[in-house]
Design a protein around this ligand. Structure first.
Ligand code: TXA
Ligand code: MG
Length: 342
């Protein structure tokens, strides 16, 4: 694998190869969405199950309309209001425009226009719709730096464009408009509050994650974002409190007796109260009232824990407001939904 310029990456995509590139959410592993072999190469490089469809990235609303059909007013407004940006809209797909592998046999496709200048430049240079899931090995935390991509996919892909660390740090919000209502299939960079602020009806269809009813996001049934360590999410029922800090100290000491290597991911107020604990790796998630910081750093922290051989992680949860909804969604998935109310 090599570090690539936008021009070299565009040429590789046109030649049917796969390249990773930065977006404002996470790094994507791109391939020509019309080319079945290129799309298959994405699934292979990631080790991704073939029934989990890919998001298609385009440079403009017009390019999206060339792929999707039967758009309603709300869908068009969402494009105008939130693109370029971290909103993926699931739409009926025109037949024969994309390789069938992209949609995993569904009659819909998730599309977005990314806002990262490098991603936009790449789309404008190659003039292709780019199918791109997150550029991690399947099941690992998504990559938020080019080095993360290199660590996971190294020799498996043609190259990566280094665009620095991603702004948002976790994936886009996946929505589908159903009977005039916005269903959030996966919470992400665009918050439910932002959608509601425009006067839309929007709901997070959490219950669909476990039911067989459609529409749902096929990806939600797979294990995701998991670090190697056992992880438990602590949910302070009253936000920060002194008791939580005491409990944490005791718990860390107990685990250390068992020879575990422990890491704690804590909001700044808890972090400061607990202070340094001997032989415990401490990460600050920032201000609990600004969960976008925690969302930004989560995947990078989990990767650091893997590199440092951490065997046990205690992570603090927060309320599901604003960016807190997507943060908690990823945190709970990473922990296999192991949580403790404290
Ligand atoms: O921020 C992002 O969305 C990143 C960057 C690279 O754009 N991409 C990303 O792709 O996260 P991926 O493949 O890791 O996640 C795509 C999600 C999956 O949960 C998938 O099931 C869902 O979108 N999805 C894709 N097409 C769908 C469809 N037609 N209907 C329902 N869900 C769909
Ligand atoms: Mg992914």
């Amino acid at each position: 694998m090599s570090w690539m310029s936008v021009e070299a990456a565009a040429a590789a995509l046109i030649a049917g190869r796969t390249v990773a590139f930065p977006t404002e959410t996470v790094y994507g592993l791109g391939g020509d969405a019309r080319n079945a072999e290129a799309v298959q190469a994405i699934f292979n490089a990631k080790g991704r199950p073939s029934d989990n469809p890919l998001i298609v990235h385009v440079e403009s609303m017009e390019a999206a309309i060339a792929i999707a059909m039967e758009l309603n007013v709300i869908e068009l407004e969402l494009m105008q209001r939130f693109w370029p940006g971290a909103l993926t809209i699931v739409l009926p797909v025109r037949r024969g425009v994309l390789a069938a592998e992209v949609t995993a046999g569904l009659d819909t496709v998730g599309i977005r226009v990314p806002s990262h200048p490098v991603a936009l430049e790449l789309l404008r240079t190659c003039k292709l719709p780019i199918a791109a899931p997150s550029a991690n090995r399947s099941g690992k935390p998504s990559p938020t730096t080019a080095q993360h991509v290199q660590d996971d996919l190294g020799a498996r892909i043609a190259g990566v464009i280094d665009g620095g660390a991603c702004d948002v740090g976790l994936e886009s919000t996946v929505v589908r408009v159903v009977n005039g209502k916005i269903h959030i299939l996966r919470p992400g960079g665009v918050t439910i509050e932002q959608l509601l602020a425009h006067g839309y009806e929007a709901i997070y269809v959490r219950e669909l994650e476990d039911s067989a009813s459609v529409p749902r996001s096929p990806g939600v049934k797979y294990t995701h974002y998991a670090p190697q360590a056992e992880m438990e999410v602590w949910i302070g029922q009253h936000g920060f409190n002194i008791g939580l800090a005491e409990l944490l100290k005791n718990e860390c000491m107990a685990f250390q007796g068992d020879g575990q290597r422990i890491a704690c991911l804590l909001f700044q107020d808890t972090f400061q109260t607990v202070g340094e604990l001997k032989n415990v790796r401490m990460f600050s998630l920032g201000d609990r009232n600004q969960p976008e910081n925690a969302a930004h750093d989560l995947y990078a922290f989990l990767r650091t824990c893997d590199q440092e051989g951490i065997t046990r992680i205690i992570a603090e949860g927060c309320t599901e407001e604003g960016a807190g909804l997507a943060f908690m969604n990823r945190l709970l998935k990473a922990s296999g939904h192991r949580m403790r109310l404290v």
